[in-house]
Structures are given as structure tokens and as C-alpha cells.
Design a protein around this ligand. Structure first.
Ligand code: KIV
Ligand code: ZN
Length: 513
């Protein structure tokens, strides 16, 4: 293949990515990710599944109203109610709005899930695409579980939906079952057996159950697919989706044998990865390709020596090309408001006056405690002060005594529904005592599933960042986060943040796919 071709990058972090256990985001958080995806320059962003809940609908609508440039997709099952609801949210994006409708085509799904015959599935798919095409010419159809579908039937469905108006046809590996050579053959089969295939863009959507999502996606690109569906950090249902950063950087790094381009601003990859991880609380594994903290760390002496002589010895891409500026010192206690606002803008935060004021006060307090402030500290301040759900509960003051002789005791004052309440409680350790005090004041029955502590930057004066995962009595899970230079205060903030998120989550009722 000699000709350069562009691959459409369809990001589904806000839809399939949000289906990761524990990754659910509120509207403000989704909007912040959407702005980052805009900076990353994705071609299409799937903003959500509008029929799933009022929260999802509002998020898709807000993103369709706000984001310029990228196409905005909304998911719908193949029925009128879903499609109408999707367009109600997407119409604000005008001709950039894309209805993405799907139905399963594999024998297993048709028999056990849909309880429909082949003919019924075919008719339903065509009717769905026809209805969607009545709203917009920008219609994507997905044959769910395509990889386990009988190929002649898959070809028949794809041909019929293109005839009905689908301009993108997606061939998902819904359960992450295929391998590169098989997936390559499926795409080639469709190219050879669907008479009108040239009228639509072939898209691929791979799950990572066997760790092959990116490899499968790239094999499909080599076979003729021209849209690649993926998520930041590879998050998504079960083992996740194809990772955007791995797929894009492979295309960029191995351009010699895969002569395809993308519109991605690769320098925005690391900021995107970090923002998503901060918002969802899902950490990136240290050895994760492209965005793990060790991705550019050379430990062995022989490697370090080689890199010092010439980077190309052990580096196939540069850290700068993915936007990695390690612990860049940016501000200190003498930095003024102007420098602070300027740096926030460079980091991609577009904050209101009130939000800037809140963050600036917090910055000054931190700068008194910690002489060097890094970009990561600013990310944590914004996450902690600005990315907050409405606060039914708020930490007013706290004091904890502990040590090798004392029984750990936490004295906590909190605002609970507008009233200040106080209590003192003993526990097995300072964090346990603090959490017990918060539980007592809020009368919460939620169970603590997980508690983790991390340092945002190096050094003993680093801010601590805590995550708390709670489960309600109905089984709903939320993740709370808090940052502070005192690790116990950060823990209390994370616990209270989780309780506030639980209240918001209880107001959202989800229907699942
Ligand atoms: O994995 C899948 O099949 C999906 C479809 C809805 C596109 O996410
Ligand atoms: Zn999927």
C-alpha cells in the first residue's frame, strides 16, 4: 500500500468507557473529558447512551451544545424510542450529530438475548437505520457480536443497512474473542461480499478480553477498515476497549509499514490519560504502554547508557511526542494570580471566576506548606475544589490524635444538610476513627469497599491523594476522591466526596444495554 490514508478516530470513553466498573461520571466530569477530547482532536466522540438515564441524556445534550469540531455520537438500540431520544439530545450538534444504532447478529445473541429470528433482526436493523436516517445523514450501524456472526448473514445485514442509509458500519468484537488474522479475514470478506460496501466507512470496535484489542483493530485497518473505535487508557466494559493511545502511537511509530495518518494531537495523550484517571479514580498500571509511569523509564544500566549515547537505542518514540513533561516545576509561593490562571489555561482548564477564586485560595494554602508546585498539584487542586458534586455533606474541621500509646481518636465537625454537627470517635487507626466519625454524623449505611492512598508528586511534603470506594445497601458503587497535604484530611475528604456522589447517583436510574 503506497497511498497515505486517514483513519477516523472514534472515541467512546464517555460511553463504552463509562461502562467500566466504577467509572461512572457526572455531567460536569463528562464535559471536562469532552473538552480534553476536543484538544486531543478526536474525529468522533461518543458522548453517551441518551435513553439510558436522564443524566446520560443531559450529558449528551450538553456535549452536543458545547463541543465544536468533533462529531458527536449517541448510542441507541434498534427501536424508535431509543432513536428518537438519541436525536433529541444530538440535534444540537446539527450535521455533526451521529445516531449510532445497534442490534446483535450472532446466533448466540439472537437466540438467548433477543429471542428473534434472523429475518426479524434484519428487519429491525433496517427499520432502525431508516428511522435514524430520517433525522440525519450521519448514521452508524453496529452489528453487535459481529465476530461470532455467520458471515453470509453479517454481509446480508450490512448490505441492507447501507441500502437503508447507514454511512458507517461497525463490526464489533463485543466479547474480545477474535485474533488478528481472523478479524482481518472478516473485514476482507465483507469488502468482497457486500456489494455496496464502498458507500460506507467500515469501523472496528474491539474489546480486550484476551489482550488483543489493539492488535485486532490494526489488523482490521490493514484489511480496509477506516474508523477505529477506542477509549483513553483502554477503559471499557470488562477488560476494556482498544486503547486510543496505543493504536494511534502504533500508527505513528510504524508508519513505515502502516502508511495511515490520524488527526490526533499526540502531545495531548498524557494530559488526556491523567485527566481521565483523576476523574474516574481508575489508576493506570505502571507498565501500561504509552501512558504508564514506567513507559519511558529506563532502569537497567545498559539501557540507561544506551539512551544517554543515543535515544533511539531504546526509545521508539519520544516522551515529548505523547506530551510527557515529567514533574515540571511551574509555580511557587511567590507566584501571582496571573501566573496561576495562565498555567491553568495551559493545562486546558477553562474555569469560571468563582472556580478560579476557589482554586487560587487553595493554591496559596498549599504553596505555604510546599515550596514547589507541579502541574500534578494543580490537577489535584482543580479536581478537589472544582470537580465536585453538590455538597450535601461538607467537612468543616477535624482533628485526629494517634500514636503508639494513644487510642486513635477523630474529632470531626461537618455540615450535614446545612447544619453543623460534631462528634468524637475512637477507631483502630486514625483513618478508621475518621471514617467512623463521618459515618456517625451522616448516618450512612454504605460499605467501604476500597481505600487507597497515593502521593501526587515525590517528596515528604507531597500532597496525598486518597480514593474511597463505597457501596450502598442497594449495591450501587461510587468512588470519592480527596487531596490534601495531610493524608488523614485527604481521606476524610475522599469519604465525604463518595457520600455526596452516592446521593447524586441515587437520583440517576440506569437502564442497561
Ligand atoms: O461492544 C459492542 O458491541 C458495543 C456496541 C454497542 C457497539 O459496544
Ligand atoms: Zn463495546
Amino acid at each position: 500500500m503506497s497511498q497515505k490514508e486517514n483513519i477516523i478516530i472514534f472515541d467512546t470513553t464517555l460511553r463504552d468507557g463509562e461502562q467500566s466498573p466504577g467509572a461512572s461520571m457526572n455531567i460536569e466530569e463528562k464535559l471536562r473529558i469532552a473538552h480534553q477530547l476536543e484538544r486531543l482532536n478526536v474525529d468522533v466522540m461518543e458522548a453517551g447512551f441518551p435513553i439510558a438515564s436522564d443524566g446520560d441524556f443531559e450529558a449528551v445534550k450538553k456535549i452536543a451544545q458545547t463541543i465544536k469540531g468533533a462529531q458527536i455520537a449517541g448510542l441507541s438500540r434498534s427501536n424508535n424510542m431509543d432513536i428518537d431520544r438519541a436525536w433529541e439530545a444530538l440535534k444540537y450538534a446539527g450535521d455533526r450529530g451521529r445516531i449510532h444504532t445497534f442490534i446483535a447478529t450472532s446466533d448466540i445473541h439472537m437466540k438467548y438475548k433477543l429471542k428473534m429470528s434472523k429475518q426479524e433482526v434484519l428487519d429491525t436493523a433496517v427499520a432502525a437505520v431508516t428511522r435514524a436516517a430520517g433525522y440525519t445523514p450521519n448514521v452508524e450501524f453496529s452489528a453487535e457480536d459481529a465476530v461470532r456472526t455467520q458471515l453470509p448473514f453479517l454481509a446480508q445485514v450490512i448490505e441492507a443497512v447501507i441500502e437503508a442509509g447507514a454511512t458507517t458500519v461497525n463490526i464489533p468484537d463485543t466479547v474480545g474473542y477474535t485474533i488478528p488474522s481472523e478479524y482481518y479475514d472478516i473485514i476482507r470478506y465483507l469488502k468482497g461480499n457486500v456489494s455496496n460496501i464502498e458507500k460506507a466507512v467500515i469501523s472496528v470496535h474491539c474489546h480486550n478480553d484476551l489482550g488483543l484489542a489493539v492488535a485486532n483493530s490494526l489488523a482490521a485497518v490493514q484489511a480496509g477498515a477506516r474508523q477505529l473505535e477506542c477509549t483513553i487508557n483502554g477503559i471499557g466494559e470488562r477488560a476494556g476497549n482498544s486503547s486510543l493511545e496505543e493504536a494511534v502511537m502504533t500508527l505513528r511509530t510504524r508508519h513505515d509499514i502502516m502508511p495511515f495518518t490520524t488527526n490526533i494531537v499526540t502531545e495531548q495523550i498524557t494530559p488526556s490519560s491523567k485527566l481521565l484517571s483523576t476523574i474516574t479514580g481508575i489508576p493506570v498500571q505502571p507498565n501500561k504502554a504509552v501512558v504508564g509511569v514506567n513507559a519511558f523509564a529506563h532502569e537497567a544500566g545498559i539501557h540507561q547508557h544506551g539512551v544517554l549515547m543515543d535515544k533511539s537505542t531504546y526509545e521508539i518514540m519520544t516522551p515529548e511526542s505523547v506530551g510527557l513533561n515529567q514533574n515540571k516545576l511551574v509555580l511557587g509561593k511567590h507566584s501571582g494570580r496571573h501566573a496561576f490562571v495562565d498555567r491553568l489555561k495551559q493545562l486546558g482548564y477553562d474555569l469560571s471566576k468563582e472556580e478560579i477564586q476557589k482554586a487560587f485560595v487553595r493554591f496559596k494554602t498549599l504553596a505555604d506548606l510546599k515550596k514547589e508546585i507541579f502541574d500534578e498539584d494543580l490537577d489535584a487542586i482543580v479536581a478537589d475544589e472544582v470537580l465536585r458534586v453538590p455538597e450535601t455533606y461538607r467537612l468543616e474541621q477535624m482533628n485526629v490524635s494517634s500514636g503508639s500509646f494513644a487510642a486513635p481518636t477523630a474529632t470531626v465537625a461537618m455540615e450535614v444538610n446545612g447544619k453543623i454537627k460534631r462528634t468524637a470517635v475512637m477507631g483502630d487507626g486514625p483513618v478508621d476513627a475518621t471514617f467512623k466519625a463521618i459515618k456517625k454524623l451522616t448516618k450512612s449505611k454504605a460499605t467501604l469497599l476500597n481505600f487507597s492512598v497515593g502521593a501526587i508528586t515525590g517528596g515528604t511534603d507531597a500532597q496525598g491523594e486518597c480514593s474511597v470506594r463505597l457501596q450502598s445497601t442497594e449495591g450501587r458503587e461510587v468512588l470519592g476522591q480527596g487531596a490534601h497535604s495531610d493524608i488523614i484530611v485527604a481521606s476524610a475528604k475522599a469519604y465525604i466526596n463518595a457520600l455526596n456522589k452516592m446521593i447524586v447517583a441515587e437520583k440517576r436510574s440506569h437502564t442497561s444495554i
